[in-house]
Structures are given as C-alpha cells and as structure tokens.
Write a protein that binds this ligand. Structure first.
Ligand code: V47
Length: 396
C-alpha cells in the first residue's frame, strides 16, 4: 500500500516526468517544407519570409513546436521567468475608439473613469501584500489630462515606491502625450524618463500593416510611428517590449511582416526585451462577431515567434490572455516567460477574459514546475530576484 501511495504522490510524478522530458526527441515530420527550416534552425541561420509562412501553414504543429523548443532550450535551458507585478490603468477615457478594444470609453459615457493622483497612488498600494517589483501602467488617450498629470503620476509613484520598476505607457500613449504637449517624441520620452519611467510595455503595436490598422485601430499612430517611437526610446536607454495582436482580420502575410519589422528594428537597437503575442478577445468590442482564437493558433503563434525573432531574448506566454493552461503548454513550444502575478488586469477582462484577475506567486511557480521547467523570479530587466522571509534582493 505504502509503495502505491508513494508512486501516486503528485510531486513524485512531476519530478519523474520532468526528467523524462529532458531526453531529446528526434525531429520528425512528413511535411517536406519543414526540412530545410529544421536545417537552418540547427545551424542557427535566420529564417526568411517564406520560411515563416511555411511555419504558419503547415499542419505539423508538433514539428514547429520541436524546433521552437530547441531554440528556447538553447537560449534558456529550463529557466522560465515570471515577476511579481501590478497593473495600474489610471484612466479608460480614450479618444481612439479602436474596434479591437472593449476597455476604452468616451469621456462622458457610462463606465468612464479617471483616477485622481491620490487615487492612483492608493490603487498602486492596494494588493501590495508581497514585494511587487513592477508597476505596469497603461491607459486610454485622454483628451484633457495634461502631460503634467502623467509626470506627477510617475514621480509620485517613484517617491512612494522607490524600489518598484515603472514600466509605463505604450508607444501610442507616448506619441499622443507628445502631440498634446506640443513636444517632440524625444522630448516627451526624456521628460517621462526624468520623472521615473524605467521602461516601456509592448502594447499598441497591434499589426503594423495599414490595411489591418485601418480596420482595427484607425485613429492610432501607424506602424512606422510605433517603430520610430520604440527606436527613440531604445536610443535613450529605455528598454521596451513588443506585442502583436492576432486572431482578427489579419492574414499570415501581415503577421510575418509584423515580426520581420520588429526583428529589423531589434537588429538596430537591441532594445526589445520580450515579444508578447496577444490573442484578440472579441467580446464587448465592435468586432465581437469574430470567432475567438483556438489553443492551436495560440501555441503556433508562440512557436513561430520564437523561431522568427531570433534576436529577441524572450517570448512571453501571457497567461491572462492565453489562460494558465495554454500558457503552461506554451512553455514547451518556445515561450520562456509567463508574465507575472498581474493583480487587477482590466483590458482583457473588459473583453471577456475568464481568467482570474491575478495569480499568487506560488501558483505561478507551480504551473511552471508542472510544465517541467524551472521558475526564476525576475525583475522587469530580467535580473533574478532573490527572496528570503525578510528581504528581497535583485541580483545585478
Ligand atoms: O495594446 C486591447 C491589446 C494590449 C484587446 O509589455 C486586446 O509586458 C485582445 O500590451 N483583445 C495591452 N487584446 C496589453 C499589453 C501587454 C500585456 C501584458 C504584458 C505586456 C508587456 C503588455 O492589449 C493593447 C492591445 O494590443 N488589446 N484590447 C482585446 N479586445
């Protein structure tokens, strides 16, 4: 009896299966288009547009996953990064009215909110039970809030939470603030940096192709302006992330174009840390007639991203967007990061996400371990965070 109950021990099973997963499996495929791609992956050669299209179009998702996992393990072994972060969305008032979005509101419409600065500081402090290392701050394009509000928000947060990294404002918000303050993008970034912005999140990139942008986010900056803003931020020493919104009206060519533009900019600046593919959630948006993405699409997108973006250090499986279960599988299809505890996600939940609005650190670690990976708590710049009962240290 004893032996049986031991062999059924949950942690025991995980440990055994985790070890067995480290045995290399041979590469197998019936799709001849994948063979030269496999050769390139093994030889660490760059993939072309046609290669990327073949990865999107093949039926052999396991072969795509095998290649992406090879690259992921070559770069990171089993290490899988997460952080303890909190989202803060100071306003949902937005002039852009993007068809992709369920979060933004017109100024006087029901459900519109704008936090007074004190309210934003209180929100940042709530749920601050663990040592949060990052505030992820994004919001709508508010037509009246002065630039000074955003500078005061950042400097006030820095003053109250000096140890917390402020990852704030998408390229779209930066460009809008610049326009309203009649400053150049460079001057705007400089002032935000001086106020305490430490890096920028990857949002607002959507799909760079004009045809798609006209349908899903007509009033946002165009793809070239997004890339130019990211370039200026990187040149100023601010790291950023990059996203791609997929699963709406884009096609394979649009996705490949998006990935290759990011790869080209990364060759120039090296300023991107993480790529985050974001699945479109249609509920409560003007595009709610579109079907939701499936697990296969989400997993394939992670794998193709890992293979094409050979110069991006990290690929993130954002669990809030993918669900924790699919994100866990993604950790064996090219992803090495699962995002963080999040606390109070709004953008996806307004668009119908059914995931919890946050997750405890222990639960994130369990997800990672059960995928046969090693959890590594990181700060926003991917430095390991070492916790003891009484202290938190960032290894530099
Ligand atoms: O820019 C908006 C997308 C983004 C919907 O940098 C939608 O670490 C799906 O950028 N369905 C915001 N997506 C989220 C984001 C992000 C998230 C996590 C980590 C990081 C990071 C960045 O969400 C927006 C837009 O592309 N979005 N509405 C929707 N209905």
């Amino acid at each position: 009896m004893e032996a049986v109950s031991n062999s059924c021990d949950f942690r025991g099973i995980v440990a055994v299966s985790s070890k067995s997963m480290h045995k290399p499996h041979p590469f197998q495929t019936d799709d001849v288009r994948l063979r030269p791609i496999h050769e390139k992956v093994l030889a660490r050669q760059r993939l072309t547009t046609d290669d990327a299209l073949a990865l999107y179009r093949t039926g052999d998702i396991l072969a795509v996953g095998w290649m992406a996992n090879t690259v992921r393990e070559r770069m990171h072994g089993d290490r899988t990064y997460f952080n303890v972060n909190r989202h803060l969305n100071p306003t949902n008032v937005c002039v852009a009215a993007c068809r992709l979005c369920a979060f933004g509101r017109k100024k006087d419409s029901s459900g519109a909110y704008t936090m007074a600065l004190e309210e934003a500081f209180e929100t940042a402090a709530s749920g601050y039970s663990e040592a949060v290392t990052e505030f992820h701050i994004v919001g709508g394009l508010h037509p009246d809030l002065p630039f000074q509000y955003f500078l005061d928000l950042i400097s006030g947060l820095k003053q109250r939470f000096p140890q917390v990294h402020l990852k704030a404002f998408t390229m779209v918000e930066v460009a809008y603030l610049a326009k309203r303050a009649k400053l150049s993008i460079g001057q705007t970034l400089e002032q935000l940096k001086n106020a305490g912005v430490d890096s920028l999140p990857g949002g607002g990139a959507e799909i760079f192709a004009d045809r798609v942008r006209h349908i899903i986010c007509d009033h946002k900056i165009d793809g070239d302006q997004w890339l130019e803003t990211a370039k200026l931020a990187h040149e100023m020493g601010l790291k950023s992330n990059a996203t791609m919104l997929y699963g709406h009206v884009e096609n394979d060519e649009d996705r490949v174009d998006h990935l290759l533009k990011l790869r080209a900019l990364q060759d120039q600046t090296g300023g991107f840390q993480t790529f985050i593919p974001l699945a479109f959630h249609p509920d409560n948006t003007p595009l709610q007639h579109l079907p939701k993405t499936t697990g296969m699409t989400d997993i394939r997108q992670i794998a193709v991203s890992r293979l094409v973006l050979d110069n991006f250090p990290h690929i993130k499986a954002y669990w809030q967007m993918m669900t924790a279960k699919i994100a866990q599988i993604a950790l064996r299809f090219g992803a090495d990061d699962i995002d963080g505890t999040v606390i109070e996600e709004k953008i996806y939940h307004d668009a119908g996400a059914t995931t919890p609005q946050g997750m405890r650190r222990e639960d994130l670690m369990r997800l990672i371990r059960e995928a046969g990976r090693e959890p590594v708590e990181r700060d926003t710049l991917y430095r390991p965070v070492i916790r003891t009962e009484t202290s938190v240290t960032v290894a530099v």
